[in-house]
Write a protein that binds this ligand. Structure first.
Ligand code: NAD
Ligand code: USQ
Length: 404
């Protein structure tokens, strides 16, 4: 393997697993812009799955080499030394030795792990995709943990998890806490003792189930090896550009709109811009948690910069800023973009027809996060970007193709 020429001290080196994806690519750019030396490890499986499904990002994303060259170009134009991001084509699940070798050569202070199959519909398509999602996601997480144990146990792991681990409406009329619930258990003398335990897991798809299982790996590896681990329970990410991706056309982020990978708010904005009726599943009375992509970047950087001490319990943050009922999203889009229509589609998923959701995100607020909330102007920005690439929109990819 080629030796890496390292420029930054270890404390400023971050390895981003899944750094070619929707959240990972803008994260790599953000950290690089903030003075970190970044190495991306990605097997480009997300691009391969697009080809398998015959779909494509609405935005014309560039190959990794062109992305990295564009970043060097724009940062060179800033005056200082150009910022170089390292890239290793590597499947962290099936190519463990290769990944461990990368860890040995790069010696990051932090690994941000976003390298999983993240679409609930894709994970529920058929036996092949159910099995792939479990093998890939659990294998990738376990490989990252082992590579940390074997190379340097001081390495902080930041994992991207999901709000979906709590279930939606599984427990009614509560404020969802950040990962742990305070309970009382009777001791052997019949006296009540206060305890804090992991929130019970209520996954709604095989994909979400893998995230609930990741959580047990983290609990065990934190306890047994004293690893420093942060698990981010992220809501649905919306938006397209970040401060860095908007700097050059070749840095553009992906925008998924197909029935498997497109997430609800970005799909609605895109559908409205392309003159397609909004596809509301079921009653539209489902409530979900959301976060803007720029806030997602800020949260991940805050997590990188505030590691738990080795030996502490896994630190869990709710990475979301607001909750919305789908019908309220529809109403917002109708108001901002007159002419937008909605159509009710039989729900392809097994989920509650209506649910309430209240979530605390106090830990990120305490670290200084400034929520960028959903309003007319922020959706107008995506709407304009989408309008630019309207000719790439294929209405055949919109309706759901996975059912459970
Ligand atoms: P994405 O699919 O765009 O990116 C994931 C990246 O990981 C892809 O580039 C893929 O090629 C890579 N990858 C997958 N398996 C790999 C493996 N075995 N080895 C190496 N690379 C691998 O997804 P995203 O939207 O950027 O999501 C990133 C993370 O954030 C995921 O773990 C997801 O569960 C979580 N998340 C996403 C959202 C959202 O709305 N997009 C919301 C909450 C949580
Ligand atoms: N929905 C519609 N119409 C659509 C698409 C979705 O009504 O066109 C509904 C779904 O039925 C569901 C809700 O919108 O009730 C959210 O669906 P989604 O596809 O936007 O989100 P989800 O499947 O939960 O998955 C996404 C990401 C996943 C992440 C998760 C965060 O793909 O990686 O973990 O959001 S969360 O939802 O908070 O668990």
């Amino acid at each position: 393997a080629m030796p890496l020429t390292l420029l930054a001290p270890r404390s400023k080196r971050v390895l981003v697993v899944g750094g070619d994806g929707f959240c990972g690519w803008p994260l790599a750019l953000r950290l690089s812009a903030q003075g970190y030396e970044v190495l991306i490890a990605d097997n480009l499986s997300r691009r391969r799955i697009d080809a398998e499904l015959g779909v494509d990002s609405l935005t014309p994303i560039k190959p990794m080499a062109a992305r990295l060259a564009a970043w060097e170009e724009v940062t060179r134009a800033d005056g200082g030394a150009p910022r170089k991001i390292h890239f290793e084509l590597c499947d962290v699940n099936t190519e463990y030795d290769r990944f461990k070798g990368v860890m040995e050569r790069f010696r990051p202070s932090t690994v941000v792990h976003l390298g999983e199959q993240r679409a609930a519909p894709y994970s529920m398509k058929d036996e092949r995709t159910r099995r792939y999602t479990v093998t890939n996601n659990l294998g990738a997480t376990h490989a990252v943990l082992n590579a940390i144990v074997e190379t340097d146990r001081d390495t902080h792991l930041v994992h991207l998890g999901t709000m979906g681990v709590y279930g939606y409406g599984a427990v009614e009329n509560v404020m969802l806490p950040e990962g742990y619930v305070d309970i009382k258990m009777k001791d052997m003398h019949g006296k009540w003792q206060d305890k804090s335990i992991l929130h019970p897991a209520y996954p709604g798809s095989v994909y979400h189930m893998t995230k609930t299982q990741d959580a047990l790996f983290f609990q065990f590896y934190a306890k047994n090896y004293g690893l420093s681990i942060t698990d981010l329970h992220q809501g649905i990410v919306w938006g397209l550009h970040t401060d860095e991706t908007r700097r050059h056309p070749d840095l553009i982020n992906r925008l998924d709109y197909d029935g498997d990978y497109g997430t609800v708010l970005n799909r609605f904005v895109m559908q409205s811009a392309c003159g397609h009726p909004l596809t509301v599943y079921g009653t539209g009375e489902q409530t979900r948690a959301f976060i803007h992509i720029q806030n997602s970047m800020e949260c991940m950087q805050l997590a990188v910069e505030n590691p738990p001490k080795r030996g502490d319990a896994v630190r869990i943050f709710n990475q979301m800023t607001e909750c919305h009922r789908l019908l309220d999203l529809v109403a917002l889009l109708k108001r901002v973009f007159p002419g937008t229509e909605a159509s009710f589609v039989d729900n392809p998923r097994k989920e509650l027809r209506a649910n309430d959701l209240r979530v605390t995100n106090q830990k990120f607020l305490d670290l200084g996060l400034k929520p960028r909330l959903l309003e007319g102007d922020s959706v107008r920005e995506i709407h304009e970007a989408v309008t630019l690439f309207k000719s790439r929109f294929d209405p055949r990819h919109v309706l759901p193709k996975s059912f459970w």
